[in-house]
Design a protein. Structure first.
Length: 325
């Protein structure tokens, strides 16, 4: 037995373990996703996502105050419009739920960074992420035009960061050019650059009523077996002017986070998605898993993989727990 090396020496007690910890999750790097719906006084829990609610603008502003008080610097808004149609008419309306929420949050908590998810699927009656042709396929270039109009609307209403989540080709460059042309030079773009066609979005689609009525998202979202392609997507979005590159989902894609981290110099965000949240919540509810320890592990694994920013439905509960430590 060779015991000249005893790695356990650095694990003997909590102080020693803390001293040598290589990574930590800071509340300042978390983003909390929120769902905004029409109406007022609305706060309905999403069945598949315990403690996550669909909120009307007034309620969302209240939550934003609490989120800020926990030290979380940013929220990511998803909108559910009063009506869905083929043209995603509500996407670019300055009186849409997301647009009104931006203003309400800025008034309630001026320092809160507001990130707006930008995609058509919450706004279309067919649930697809863009303009659908007669043959059922998605028209990339017309979809980009639609996204540009949505981005301009969010920017006009005061969004700090626009986050296109559609995976159309060329949309980051088009959005950047349109923002610059209207002098929104400080409005940042966080691109969902490597977003996979994943089963882990199930609860989200439930929450947003955005399950495609026919077909799926495999012609635009990435194919799970591919890693090199993620690096290509990330580099393209960086070249088109993205400020932050996102990988999504998180847990089954931490190798992608690492690969993208090494390929581009921009901050990397990772999205710990609805299915990852639901899975853990369900197991914890059954008493099969210790939620707090599992969350700690999940979040630090994102950091270890190289993510700077973590978007997670656990942001609030995690921050509340850190504050008590
Ligand atoms: C919109 C969008 C989705 C998510 C973020 N933006 C759903 C999808 O692509 O079907 C998923 C978020 C989550 O699952 O938490 N395109
Ligand atoms: Zn979409």
């Amino acid at each position: 037995m060779d015991l000249s090396q005893r790695p356990r020496r650095l694990r003997v007690n909590p102080a020693m373990r803390a001293l040598v910890a290589e990574h930590a999750v800071r509340v300042q790097n978390l983003i909390e996703p929120l769902f905004v719906v029409p109406g007022s006084g609305v706060r309905e829990e999403i069945a598949s996502m315990p403690s996550v609610c669909r909120l009307s603008v007034d309620q969302l502003a209240e939550d934003a105050k609490k989120i800020a008080a926990l030290g979380i610097p940013a929220i990511l808004l998803f909108g559910i419009p009063p009506e869905k149609d083929d043209a995603a008419s509500w996407l670019a309306r300055d009186d849409g739920p997301v647009q009104r929420a931006i203003a309400a949050v800025k008034q309630a908590v001026p320092e809160m960074l507001v990130v707006t998810d930008l995609c058509a699927c919450e706004y279309t009656s067919h649930g697809h992420c863009g303009v659908v042709r007669k043959d059922g396929t998605i028209d990339n270039d017309r979809t980009v035009d639609l996204l540009v109009s949505g981005a301009l609307s969010y920017a006009r209403c005061g969004a700090d960061i626009i986050a296109p989540s559609d995976m159309m080709d060329g949309r980051v460059g088009a959005i950047r050019a349109a923002l610059d042309a209207k002098d929104f030079i400080d409005t940042a773009i966080m691109s969902y650059a490597a977003k996979y066609a994943s089963a882990f979005y199930g609860p989200f689609r439930h929450a947003a009523g955005s399950t495609p009525a026919f077909g799926d998202r495999r012609t635009h979202q990435m194919d799970p077996p591919n890693a090199r392609e993620a690096v290509k997507e990330a580099r393209l979005d960086a070249a088109e002017g993205a400020d932050i590159i996102m990988v999504k989902p998180a847990l089954a894609y931490l190798d992608i986070v690492r690969a993208v981290r090494e390929a581009v110099d921009l901050p990397i965000a990772v999205f710990n998605v609805s299915g990852e949240y639901a899975m853990l919540k369900a197991a914890a509810r059954e008493g099969w898993i210790d939620e707090e320890r599992a969350v700690d592990e999940m979040l630090v694994s994102c950091k270890r993989a190289g993510a700077d920013i973590i978007i997670t439905y656990f942001a609030r509960s995690y921050a509340a727990r850190l504050a008590k430590r």
